[in-house]
Design a protein around this ligand. Structure first.
Ligand SMILES: [Zn+2]
Length: 328
């Protein structure tokens, strides 16, 4: 099998085949998984056509995505929607943390989905526009949160708007892209001098070093980033990288317990999308009881304190702040 070069380093010499026929998101499909020995990046066949994939996913409510409908409801009644979102899911914490003492910034959210993050940023004293490729999601967002949303790719938006931004947000987006370098390059041109691009993505380095694709199955995710490959991605287009720390995050997530849980491969735990019926993995009652105890405030803070002390860089989500130079 021919190994394509690492999409981040572009060096073929560092790229190896980890698995020639790994499970795909649609039942009965298989994809090769490649790894870069240099930046620890994993990637699948980036030439795969995904045009019909998202139609299939959007035609049903894919398992695991119901929570977004809940967030879209609950932000409306919360006094501090950004704080609410960051307590629900780790990916939103860096936005809350970045904006908590800031007002009056012009913000763009790429991949705004149902619109609750853009709404939450608007409620924080900053101005936010959301763009998404799903016309259906944009219509829902405009109805619920007011006319802050446009159906567009980042490239398409760039062509129709002269606007520049202090902050561009992309949570859990770049892993879905075939060409993330093009994406950060386009984002860079939309930043004001001194502006910031904030990216979050699943962290490969949270998992064992020999883990193969313990993230959403290909081609839903095309890439699996490490903090190293995320850093390189931004630096390729001239942005300065700073890793976001989750040290003081208030997310209800027992990282020590998860770290143990993910020590062995969990392929069956993925959201394998069946054509006929989605597979829903249910926890047993005992697993639920253990989870409840593990997520109690006392046990969680003790475990998180121990785990973060043991390895403070490791968290299931990696996030970067990419700064554009102020003097251009
Ligand atoms: Zn690489």
């Amino acid at each position: 099998m021919k190994t394509p070069p690492c999409p981040i380093c572009h060096k073929t010499t560092n790229a190896v085949v980890l698995n020639e026929n790994f499970f795909g998101y649609l039942s009965g499909t298989f994809f090769p998984i490649f790894s870069c020995k240099d930046c620890k990046h994993q990637y699948t066949d980036l030439t795969t056509n995904v045009e019909t994939l998202y139609e299939k996913i959007y035609a049903k409510t894919a398992p695991g995505y119901e929570r977004y409908y809940r967030y879209a409801q609950e932000v409306l009644t919360d006094k501090n929607p950004l704080l609410y979102l960051s307590s629900q899911e780790a990916a939103y914490y860096p936005i809350y943390n970045f904006l908590k003492n800031k007002k009056g910034l012009n913000v763009l959210e790429v991949g705004s989905g149902l619109g609750y993050t853009t709404y939450a940023v608007n409620q924080s004293g900053n101005t936010c526009t959301g763009i998404d490729i799903s016309a259906d999601a944009v219509e829902k967002a405009n109805k619920r949160f007011g006319k802050h949303f446009h159906t567009a790719t980042l490239d398409g938006f760039k062509k129709q708007s002269e606007e520049k931004f202090d902050l561009i947000i992309a949570t859990e987006l770049i892993e879905h892209l075939q060409d993330p370098t093009q994406f950060v390059g386009e984002a860079e041109t939309l930043l004001k001098p001194g502006g910031t691009l904030l990216i979050t993505t699943p962290n490969k380095c949270f998992y064992p070093s020999d883990a193969v694709w313990q993230t959403d199955l290909p081609p839903v995710h095309f890439q699996w980033f490490s903090p190293q490959s995320l850093q390189k991605l931004g630096e390729k287009v001239g942005l300065t990288y700073a890793e976001v720390s989750y040290q003081n995050s208030h997310i209800r997530q027992n990282t020590l317990l998860e770290w143990f849980y993910w020590r062995k491969p969990h392929y069956t735990n993925h959201q394998l999308f069946e054509e006929s019926a989605p597979t829903v993995v249910k926890r047993s009652m005992i697993a639920n009881i253990i989870k409840t105890i593990a997520e109690s405030s006392l046990v969680m803070s003790l475990c998180n304190a121990y785990y973060k002390k043991a390895n403070s860089r490791n968290f299931p989500i990696t996030a970067g702040l990419f700064q554009k130079a102020a003097n251009e």
